[in-house]
Design a binder for this molecule. Structure first.
Ligand SMILES: Cc1cc2nc3c(=O)[nH]c(=O)nc-3n(C[C@H](O)[C@H](O)[C@H](O)COP(=O)(O)O)c2cc1C
Length: 329
């Protein structure tokens, strides 16, 4: 049996060595995913998906960040305590660090920092480059160092030419059997960002909707408001993504402050009886803050959170007022 395993290993090594000079050079030079064009991934306190990855030459990093962006997931990079040098990774030389580690079943390269807690995440996408047909041993260190019990883990890997092989199933023994392991996805070094996004979204994981919180700043006071789920509020968000909007508002009818938006937004008019705190779009280009009752056919944009009528009136004050609409606190 041992002889057979040795023979199979030699075959894999021989096949990879034949391919790797050309293929891995290609991997670095022509990977379609570029770190320069990566989306910025924000930490998101409500994310239920975490993308964990280890990368030495940015291919998996690009795939991981693209998938995380598509899923509004959090990201954790496994950073080795001792970084891998180009020489450490040189598979054409015998005795280099990565090759030695991959051959040593007990090798557990150190990780600089571990995540404080994985509690909030139900699903972990675990990304690694294929090294000699397997996941790098630092992935083993990771799985043995954190509590992943009860989670769904979806491994994904990039490689020059190898398939997933046993690289994913060999990880199963490193976590307890409450983990729901899904089959790994192999991503070609040449995959496009669109391809990664399509794969990430095809898994039907819980995607966290972007929360639409609008800040209305009046002097030193910042009121938060929850936006309505319609095309008018979405267009307002698009406008505010380009920058804050300042509106000079005046009283009208003893029940509202109203001012002009710089652009006309799509309307979704309906018969509305207003309450204090309602944010309304009138005629597509007037932004209205209601502090009293009115009934009309206009578009709901949102509602100011947690404010009583008297308090709102006091904040808005008598007469003209300048308000700044913003997506940031
Ligand atoms: C030490 C080492 C071993 C590798 N072994 C394989 C292999 O067995 N099969 C393969 O197709 N690619 C192999 N590769 C290529 C990498 O899997 C591939 O380029 C990967 O996308 C690199 O990801 P990264 O840029 O995020 O580190 C190896 C690369 C290194 C550095």
């Amino acid at each position: 049996m041992k002889k057979l395993l040795l023979f199979v290993s030699i075959l894999i090594l021989a096949a990879f060595t034949a391919l790797c000079t050309a293929a891995a050079e290609d991997a670095v030079s022509s990977a379609t995913l570029s770190v320069n064009a990566l989306p910025q991934v924000q930490e998101n306190e409500n994310a239920s998906v975490l993308v964990v990855y280890f990368s030495t030459d940015d291919t998996i990093r690009a795939a991981a960040l693209t998938a995380a962006d598509a899923l509004s997931a959090d990201v954790f990079e496994i950073v080795p305590t001792e970084p891998y040098t180009a020489d450490d990774l040189n598979y054409n030389k015998t005795g280099t660090r990565a090759t030695v580690e991959q051959r040593d079943s007990g090798a557990r390269p150190g990780i600089a920092v571990l995540p404080e807690s994985l509690e909030q995440y139900g699903t972990i996408l675990l990304g690694y480059p294929i090294w000699w047909g397997q996941a790098p041993k630092i992935i083993y260190t990771f799985l043995e160092s954190v509590d992943v019990s009860g989670k769904t883990i979806i491994p994904f890997c990039t490689s020059a030419s190898s398939s997933v092989g046993s690289s994913d199933t060999n990880l199963h023994a490193l976590a307890d059997d409450t983990v729901n392991w899904l089959p790994a996805k192999r991503i070609s070094n040449r995959e496009t960002a669109e391809g990664i996004r399509a794969w990430a979204l095809s898994m039907d994981l819980p995607v966290k909707e972007e929360s639409h919180l609008l800040y209305i700043k009046i002097g030193d006071v910042a009121l938060t408001s929850t936006l309505t789920d319609n095309s008018s509020a979405a267009a307002l968000v698009d406008l505010l993504r380009q920058g804050d909007v300042t509106i000079d508002m005046h009283d009208y009818g003893n029940f509202e402050k109203v001012g002009e938006l710089p652009v006309t937004l799509p309307t979704n008019d309906e018969d509305i009886s207003t309450e204090a705190g309602d944010l309304i779009l009138y005629l597509g280009h007037r932004f209205v803050i209601y502090y009293d009752h009115n009934s009309w056919d206009f578009t709901r944009l949102g509602k100011i959170n947690d404010v009583m009528q008297a308090e709102l009136k006091a904040i808005l004050g008598e007469g003209d007022v300048t308000v700044v609409l913003s997506l940031e606190e």
